[in-house]
Write a protein that binds this ligand. Structure first.
Ligand code: MN
Length: 155
């Protein structure tokens, strides 16, 4: 048996918002195959002063996630190999990623498709073309604990 593991195990863990208000720079993983979108996401995250890792395929992202634990995943749905829905499903099947905020990003604004995307386990869905301000707000709402439930007034 051989173990390929050249990075030390991540010791940082624990439920979000537990205990101290110790502020660690949030780390966001972006899985996106389109270079222009990747650049845009990188700029936005730099603006927010978050750490950034970019992967261009789902496979690459999953490999990175096998030894890293980001605070949020920005996930393109249309990818060259396995798609974003498959990435989300595989992550949600793992205990350590049950609660990871996953923001799906897709050009498909079709309702049936968005249902399918939500079922894969993503936390929310943002459509392309990207409204930068909106996306930044969504990201911040997950990472800075002021996520307001948007349960409409059921009257
Ligand atoms: Mn894509």
């Amino acid at each position: 048996m051989s173990t390929i593991n050249d990075t030390p195990p991540q010791t940082h863990s624990g439920p979000p918002g537990a205990g101290t208000m110790q502020r660690k720079t949030p780390h966001v993983l972006v899985i996106e195959d389109n270079p222009d979108n990747m650049k845009l996401f990188e700029w936005l995250l730099e603006d927010l002063e978050y750490d950034f890792t970019g992967c261009v395929t789902g496979e690459e992202g999953l490999e990175w996630l096998a030894s890293n634990k980001p605070d949020l995943l920005l996930l393109d749905i249309s990818l060259p190999g396995i798609d974003g829905k498959e990435v989300a499903k595989r992550l949600r099947a793992q205990k350590s990623f049950e609660l990871l905020p996953i923001i799906a990003v897709t050009a498909h604004a079709i309702t049936s498709e968005s249902d399918e995307i939500m079922v894969s386990g993503v936390s929310t869905l943002v459509t392309k073309p990207i409204d930068e301000e909106h996306l930044m707000e969504v990201i911040k709402s997950f990472l800075e604990g002021d996520h307001e439930s948007k349960n409409g007034e059921t009257s």
